[in-house]
Design a protein around this ligand. Structure first.
Ligand SMILES: Cc1cc2nc3c(=O)[nH]c(=O)nc-3n(C[C@H](O)[C@H](O)[C@H](O)COP(=O)(O)O)c2cc1C
Length: 176
């Protein structure tokens, strides 16, 4: 395998978060700053974010719109970030939002944090719960925190957490 910068090599999406860890205000600001400086088509910056910290009102409103099966582990994340876009060309805006979240994720790794993104949630419910304006579309929830003990997870999640991660070989990704 070709070399990767450690910031990318150490990134992965855990489900076991430390339930006692919190993000400092500086860490939260640093994550948003990373997202803010992401590139976007025509510098449109169509991304918008909502942040909730464990047990605050926003955090609870985000959590209840996730599937029941995910709430059990996501509730241990210190911070939940909703990534939304402001539309226009929806495909382009979604692409830009994805880049912003990727930047946030790399910055999180640099801070010793982990991020688990989720797109499986009730988008309409979350829009209502956060009172988002009509054109603002939430596409992702990023659960962010410090690593926890995988052996506190239910058996099948623990197996996922401790199993090998896989990727398609590079040759399969090349179109020509
Ligand atoms: C756009 C996006 C959506 C995702 N949605 C979910 C999700 O709804 N639920 C979930 O448990 N994981 C979700 N994930 C996490 C992926 O399953 C995970 O990134 C993938 O299995 C690769 O594992 P890794 O991040 O540890 O390398 C999502 C990741 C991304 C980037």
């Amino acid at each position: 395998m070709a070399d990767l910068t450690p910031l990318l090599a150490y990134r992965w999406s855990p489900r076991a978060f430390d339930p006692s860890a919190e993000l400092t205000a500086e860490e939260s600001a640093s994550l948003l700053e990373a997202a803010r400086w992401a590139p976007s088509a025509e510098n449109g910056q169509p991304w918008r974010f909502a942040l909730g910290h464990r047990d605050d009102e926003t955090w609870k409103r985000i959590l209840i719109n996730l599937p029941d099966s995910d709430q059990g582990w996501v509730r241990h994340a210190a911070t939940l970030v909703v990534g939304a876009h402001t539309g226009g060309d929806a495909e382009r805006a979604a692409y830009d939002l994805g880049q912003a979240i990727a930047h946030l994720t790399v910055q999180a790794t640099a801070l010793g944090l982990h991020v688990h993104q989720l797109t499986r949630f009730d988008r309409a419910g979350l829009s209502t719960e956060l009172d988002l304006a009509g054109g603002v579309r939430p596409l992702v929830v990023a659960a962010i925190g410090r690593l926890g003990d995988p052996f506190t997870l239910p058996t099948e999640l623990c197996a996922l957490e401790t199993g090998l991660r896989h990727r398609r070989p590079l040759a399969d990704l090349l179109l020509a």
